[in-house]
Design a protein around this ligand. Structure first.
Ligand SMILES: [Zn+2]
Ligand SMILES: [Zn+2]
Length: 185
């Protein structure tokens, strides 16, 4: 296999290196720290009582209770869940994943539903436990689902449509810049 050339992608805001992309691009994309700073107002909005009121505590399906991937605490309201699922499927198409996949980018991770049981001991989650990892994370927003993104979609904290749009815009950009690396299998 030949070596794949990689290019540094710079942050237009702080000038730091956002990551190593595999496509030659001139324009930059925000580094993880600048992106987190940029969405902070939206994050605070998402923590408001109005946004919180829209979220419900998730009640897992029976099969989900038995074994496999952990779920997050909160269920997205139907409108946000269908928007997020649509964006997640589009993202997966763009990445061109197989049945089992794991993709990582700057402050981003995306992986298929895990059938394995949790191996954590005690209260501390084991960083090596695959069943406890989010299926999608960008910045501090984590998504987990049951089998596929269209089912049992949960999040670790309240969010809003506006914030979700920024999150998925960034995910799209990271993929376009070749900053997301996929490992199949
Ligand atoms: Zn930056
Ligand atoms: Zn675990």
């Amino acid at each position: 296999m030949g070596r794949v050339a990689s290019y540094e992608v710079h942050c237009p805001l702080c000038g730091g290196i956002t990551g190593q992309g595999f496509r030659p691009v001139r324009a930059g994309v925000e580094c993880a720290a600048c992106f987190r700073k940029a969405i902070e107002p939206l994050r605070q909005q998402a923590a408001s009582p109005d946004a919180r009121r829209r979220m419900r505590r998730y009640a897992p399906e029976l099969g989900q209770l038995a074994f496999g991937n952990r779920w997050s605490e909160l269920e997205l309201p139907a409108d946000l869940a269908s928007y997020a699922a649509q964006e997640l499927y589009a993202l997966l198409d763009r990445i061109g994943h197989g049945y089992v996949y794991e993709a990582t980018g700057p402050d981003m991770e995306l992986r298929s539903y895990v059938w394995a049981d949790c191996r954590c001991q005690g209260d501390e989650p084991d960083p090596a436990c695959r069943a406890c990892k989010p299926n999608f994370r960008l910045a501090d927003l984590e998504f987990r689902w049951y089998k596929h993104p269209g089912r049992g979609l949960t999040v670790n904290r309240p969010t809003t449509r506006e914030e979700l749009e920024r999150i998925f815009d960034r995910a799209r950009l990271l993929v376009a810049f070749g900053l997301v690396q996929l490992r199949d299998g």
